[in-house]
Design a protein around this ligand. Structure first.
Ligand SMILES: [Fe+2]
Ligand SMILES: [Fe+2]
Length: 165
């Protein structure tokens, strides 16, 4: 099985994008939207965790030229974290549920587009195949211990680190 780091991260993005599209369909019921948002929150909590803990610091260390991109990504994750934490406390019937989800979708799509179109190609160019395999194995390892809800201590710690560091 390939453990290419970029393939792993793109697969995550694909799952998130599919849920976003379903949320936006006019035929999606309110109840289903609630389920979709729960799943989105789980996927994003895991995904931002493994990028924050493994991908970003390793790329920053190995490819110092990409430091500005990494710093911008941390900030974009932070904005998403705030929206995710707020959204986790809303129900589909709440007035702000739909609007907040829409803003989360806009933000996360923009961030994933940037990673896929701009950042991943630079990372692939800068790192060799073996380094990407090794990074991917670390990502899978991090996934196993990643928080799945923004209320878990390791997720909160991540959010605090993003604010104070
Ligand atoms: Fe990211
Ligand atoms: Fe990502």
């Amino acid at each position: 099985m390939s453990t290419d780091a970029i393939v792993i991260l793109k697969d995550d993005h694909k799952d998130v994008r599919a849920l976003f599209r379903e949320f936006e369909k006019s035929t999606t019921t309110k109840a289903r939207k609630g389920t979709i948002v729960k799943k989105v929150i789980e996927l994003l909590t895991v995904h931002t965790y493994i990028e924050n803990e493994v991908m970003y610091p390793e790329v920053r260390r190995l490819l110092p030229d990409l430091e500005d991109d990494v710093l911008e990504s941390y900030e974009e994750h932070h904005v998403a974290d705030v929206l995710v934490m707020e959204l986790a406390n809303l129900k589909p019937g709440d007035e702000r549920f739909e609007a907040k989800t829409t803003v989360l979708i806009e933000n996360v799509r923009h961030h994933m587009d940037e990673e896929e179109q701009d950042w991943f190609p630079k990372v692939r160019q800068g790192l060799g195949r073996n380094q990407l395999q090794d990074l991917g194995a670390q990502l899978l390892e991090a996934k196993r211990k990643a928080p799945r809800s923004p209320a878990q201590p390791s997720a909160l710690k991540k959010a605090v680190d993003a604010v104070v560091s």
